[in-house]
Design a protein around this ligand. Sequence first.
Ligand code: ES4
Ligand code: ZN
Length: 326
Amino acid sequence: PSAASDTGPWPKAELHLHIEGTLEPELAFALAERNGVTLPYATEDELRRAYSFADLQSFLNLYYALMAVLRTEDDFADLADAYLARAKEQGVRHAEIFFDPQAHTARGVPVGTVVDGLARALDRAQETYGISTRLIMCFLRDESAESALATFEAARPHLHRIAAVGLDSAEVGHPPAKFKEVFALAREAGLKCVAHAGEEGPAAYVWEALDVLGVDRIDHGVRCMEDERLVARLAAEQVPLTVCPLSNVRLRVIDDLADHPLPAMLDAGLLVTVNSDDPAYFGGYADDNFTAVRDALGFDAETLRTLARNSFRASFLDEATRERYL
Ligand code: ES4
Ligand code: ZN
């Protein structure tokens, strides 16, 4: 049996997905036209040729630049709807979706426009695509702690639509502890907490995300494998790690998918999940990542099933709903 069997791709939850990273060239050009925005690329092909990255920062430069086309509530609704349609085809039954409010407020787009637009698509997703959803509001770690606090306060009227806060963007030089205060406020407001850590940054950032921010999950976390004590703790506490294999290769976090630490992470008893991160940029959606690790790492059906089950175990779904998928 394979992941793409007669019964279709494994039912799975996607827990590490930046909605802005689902902006395909075709939609980017359509929104540019609709909003009278000029992109620094003449054609979709020319834009696609820019999708060759040396590291996280070189990707982020393009990712933030292309967001200039997202301006109205309709734009955010169309973006999320396009993702959900793709996700359904990939066997996604539940999606916990990151967004970066500061990347939009910096361009004069209010956080309410972003949340209302995304929520319009997400509110229809169960009925239209059979996908349950959550929103995770991320702070940009290369911006100040004050900016994160101001963003959280600006988002307060919308917190009923937000399940968790996260931390993303350029990791090295921006340790989690910088955001201790805003994460404490989020926790007080009843939100879950996650943070990117151990992608390009060291294992020490994973410790800090756990001990200082009190996160419920670690996004990426692949560099935890450099610290035996950390691996033991993550395994003992079953802290979920949202790993993104194709992203890791495209951003040169690892050289080759065949060398990915995912098998060693599973062997160490870690609660790992497989996710697509920024699928428009990294060459694949959720099941494309499952298929890629199956082919490169020789995962059998049982391992793929474990990864799919892990995705629900690691989700923020309520216990009863989670159980129905296990
Ligand atoms: C991201 Cl791959 C990755 N890492 C950190 N921040 C991000 N924002 C969007 N994609
Ligand atoms: Zn990410």
